[in-house]
Write a protein that binds this ligand. Structure first.
Ligand SMILES: [Zn+2]
Length: 97
């Protein structure tokens, strides 16, 4: 009974990892699956480092309320700074705007 075996291991997995609600990282280039602990107010994506604020529809069902701007802005600024650095290295002319 292959199906039964699979069912059982799936159930055991569920119990072991305590899979409550999962959310997806809102970073479009990441989309990592995030599994916050019940009651957590924030979750940090281990892959891209972005942090998100959570709200809980019920005890086991989290939703991302929005990004944690302080953290994500810092990440974005760092990335932007990198970009600008390589940009200015490419073209020494000052860009208008
Ligand atoms: Zn991510």
């Amino acid at each position: 009974m292959a199906i039964d075996a699979r069912k059982k291991s799936a159930a055991e997995d569920l119990r072991k990892t305590r899979t409550f609600g999962k959310v997806r990282c809102h970073n479009p280039s990441c989309m990592e699956r995030l599994v916050p602990e019940p009651g957590d107010e924030q979750v940090k994506c281990p892959t891209c480092g972005m942090e998100f604020r959570l709200f809980w529809i019920n005890k086991t069902l989290p939703r991302i309320r929005g990004p944690v701007w302080d953290v994500n802005r810092k990440l974005a600024e760092e990335r932007l700074a990198e970009l600008e650095k390589s940009e200015t290295q490419k073209k020494t002319k000052k860009g208008g705007k």
